[in-house]
Design a protein around this ligand. Structure first.
Ligand code: UD1
Length: 430
């Protein structure tokens, strides 16, 4: 039940290092179950979602232990002895669905309930089930549980109606041990899919095309354990880029793949911020109020939906009116209600949000309803007038490692308050 307390108005400056990508490590961890042995994963972010994936792997019989001072994880999958994913863990995050493809590949069966995750839309799993079914899995749903089983899966051509990131990854994992060739058309092209391809090929899989819209997987009969360094988190990078712009500072962000944040770089430049791209870092500076810009979320390489709430926070204090169109999730403007409490002028009409920038936000007690929406409120609080309390830290720590330490190291006035029930009654001047 923690919350952040943020005193707005500090300029940010300094250097901050990005962690390994949440959306890359989760499928990689799931993929370790494909073959017995010791897998070493490096640049592991300390996140709640990684902890949940670790608990799922352990429930399936794997051993997961930190190495190299916690920066790496050693996953031993020799003792895998279960194919049912515990319901409480399955409901904690959507990425638990990745275990379906991997467990079908290794154990020939899997039982789980529908996954949980941030409530940002209906988040169907029909494409996951269609893809696994096309490879020959026999799938039944009863009493809210999904049971899938197969002998050896068989490669097929699969067309995705929309380029779902998770379905692409799930099908890749199931197909590596299938008989024959699987072709995934209209595949998602996110960098995390390329990272998964690299990990799987390191285990002996034969996958080509990740990062393009057709992926070819030639099935193999055996894999071996592997080592992998997770790519830097492009959404954490984008979040710190926006932090620099909103708090009108100069921030050097290290451990970055600049190509992965091109859409964010381009949008921030349109707002008037300066973004200098160097080898494995970006430097973002802004010395005046951002210009309002319009943007639309799209699958990669378009502007990522996972950066939409943070950019919305920046637009709340921009000069002019901006229109944001959300095309990926149908319910992803939840930050708007809380930003309004801080004095923002945001109107939501269907898939669009219309934001009239105000010169300064004011402090308030707000609550982050989900991961990216929560961090957007922290960004807004950095520039608000007075002391803002942001609840919902448990959502934010699903995807941000040491957010408050990283922001504080750049000069932000942010602390984390932990309390046991009953919560202390405390008033902050606004
Ligand atoms: C992944 C990311 C998440 C990001 C999202 C979109 C991970 C762990 N999470 O989520 O941070 O916000 O991509 O970039 O990588 N859909 C269906 N049927 C399906 C699957 C998806 O209709 O079977 C729909 C979803 O409801 C959503 C859209 O497709 O509207 C995109 O979802 P998808 O690309 O699958 O996102 P995730 O893999 O869940």
């Amino acid at each position: 039940m923690d919350r952040y307390i943020v005193v707005g108005g500090n300029r940010l400056s300094g250097t901050v290092r990005m962690s390994g990508a949440k959306n890359a490590i989760l499928p990689v961890m799931a993929a370790t179950v494909l073959t017995p042995g010791d897998h070493l994963i490096r640049d592991v972010p300390r996140l709640r979602d990684v902890e949940v994936m670790k608990e799922i792997l352990e429930a399936l019989g794997a051993r997961v232990q930190p190495e190299e001072g916690g920066r790496s994880l050693l996953v031993n999958t020799d003792g895998l002895n279960a194919s049912e994913i515990p319901e409480d863990l399955m409901r904690e995050m959507r990425s638990s669905i990745f275990l379906m493809g991997a467990l079908l590949g290794r154990m020939g069966q899997v039982r789980c309930c529908h996954p949980g995750g941030c409530a940002i839309g209906s988040r169907d799993i029909d494409l996951h089930l269609m893809g696994l079914g096309a490879l020959g899995a026999d799938i039944h749903e009863k009493y809210g549980y999904i049971n899938a089983s197969a002998g050896r899966l068989v490669g097929r051509e699969i067309y995705l109606d929309l380029p779902s990131v998770g379905a692409t990854e799930n099908i890749m994992m199931a197909a590596v041990l299938a008989e024959g060739t699987t072709i995934v058309r209209n595949a998602a092209k996110e960098p995390e899919i390329v990272d998964l391809q690299n990990f799987l090929n390191g285990l002996g899989a034969r996958i080509k095309g990740a990062g393009l819209d057709v992926i070819r997987i030639d099935g193999v009969t055996q894999l071996h354990p592997g080592e992998h360094t997770v790519i830097p988190d492009r959404i954490e990078t984008g979040t710190f880029m926006v932090a620099a712009a909103i708090a009108r500072g100069e921030v050097e962000i290290e451990n970055v793949i600049a190509e992965h944040v091109e859409a964010i770089t381009a949008k921030l430049r349109e707002t008037g911020a300066t973004v200098r791209v160097e080898k494995d870092r970006v430097v973002v500076s802004a010395d005046r109020r951002a210009r309002a810009v319009d943007f639309k979320t799209l699958p990669y390489p378009g502007f990522p939906t996972d950066m939409q709430p943070q950019m919305m926070a920046l637009m709340c204090t921009a000069d002019g009116t901006s229109i944001i169109t959300e095309t990926i999730f149908e319910n992803r403007f939840k930050a708007a209600d809380e930003l309004r409490r801080m004095g923002a002028d945001v109107k939501v009409e269907g898939r669009s949000a219309i934001i009239k920038g105000v010169p300064r936000l004011s402090s308030a007690a707000v609550e982050g309803p989900a991961l990216r929406e929560g961090v957007a409120l922290v960004l807004a609080a950095l520039t608000a007038d007075g002391v803002t309390t942001v609840e919902g830290v448990h959502h934010i720590e699903r995807g941000y490692e040491a957010l408050e330490q990283k922001l504080a190291s750049l000069g932000a006035d942010i602390t984390r308050e932990t309390w046991r029930e009953p919560r202390p009654v405390r008033q902050y001047a606004g």
